[in-house]
Design a protein around this ligand. Structure first.
Ligand SMILES: [Zn+2]
Length: 293
């Protein structure tokens, strides 16, 4: 392919971040701002642990003002077998402390993120944090990297699903990231964090030439170029989002229409990753395969 796809994708990543930003016409939710513009967290923040241990389980750190919406999103996630099973797995996890919080992350109120990963000396993941934006029940990211979440849009506009389904799908996407990270080694993760900026700096200064031997070498060390790493990571998140939706909409009439929409986006943008999505559609327990082979 002669098109500088990595450049195209870099721009897409930038666009994706913008798409995850709140809608400009969204009704602002009441928040007190200080003169310096910072949001004052005057309300009480309570932490709740679903495990007796302080070092493992699920720790929910939710400020009072976000509690109602958070509980609705969580309830939606837990309304499915897969959501409950994944939640229980983390709630009773022997080592991992999963912190979940809702935060006013400014422009990214419709998005969410995972991070603060920690590993123990045995190389096992022992800590992770999921930060949910304050309005994850709104906003559909692009179908290029988010074929599952994006597919929900027409169903919400036709009022077949509510915003809490979108929010729970975003939670499932983040759970997918944490699950994938559990099988990623600390060394590889840190190497990627360290080398991606080095790669990008060379890429931006060499005329976007991905065949530059320095870049080929860096990509080999990291297990892929930054775009491939990004794609792989996001599509694991999306695969888990699809697993959640498979349960959530299994009995809905529009089930196959939704899965067909996901299929078309995967075929168009994520062909190399099709297998992980197809497996979910065909897996035992799926009521219909909806044309996935
Ligand atoms: Zn993601």
């Amino acid at each position: 392919m002669t098109t500088p796809r990595p450049l195209f994708v870099f721009l897409l990543i930038a666009t994706t971040i913008l798409i995850l930003s709140p809608r400009l016409n969204a009704t602002p939710r009441a928040e007190t701002k200080t003169s310096s513009g910072e949001v004052r967290e005057s309300e009480r923040i309570s932490a709740r642990s679903s495990s007796a241990s302080e070092t493992s389980g699920v720790r929910e750190v939710i400020s009072d003002k976000y509690k109602t919406r958070y509980e609705a999103w969580k309830e939606e996630f837990l309304s499915t077998d897969i959501g409950r099973a994944q939640w229980e797995m983390y709630a009773h996890h022997p080592r991992l402390l999963l912190t979940i919080t809702v935060a006013n992350n400014g422009k990214n109120a419709n998005g969410a993120g995972s991070g603060k990963y920690k590993w123990n000396d045995a190389g096992e993941l022992v800590a992770a944090t999921i930060v949910l934006g304050t309005q994850i029940d709104e906003g559909y990211p692009s179908s290029v990297y988010y074929p599952v979440m994006n597919a929900l849009e027409p169903f919400e506009s036709r009022q077949l699903i509510g915003g809490s389904v979108l929010a729970a799908t975003k939670i499932a996407h983040e759970f997918g990231h944490v699950m994938k990270m559990s099988s990623t080694s600390q060394d590889l993760y840190h190497l990627q964090i360290q080398l991606v900026p080095v790669y990008n700096k060379i890429f931006l200064s060499n005329g976007y030439n991905v065949n530059d031997p320095r870049l080929v070498e860096l990509a080999k060390k990291m297990g892929g170029n930054p775009v491939e790493l990004w794609e792989d990571r996001e599509y694991w998140g999306e695969a888990n989002a699809m697993l959640f939706l498979r349960d959530r909409v299994a009995k809905e009439k529009f089930h196959c229409r939704l899965f067909g929409k996901i299929k078309r986006a995967v075929e168009e943008y994520a062909k190399d990753y099709e297998e992980r999505f197809a497996e979910i559609a065909k897996e035992q327990g799926a009521i219909y395969t909806c044309g996935w082979k």
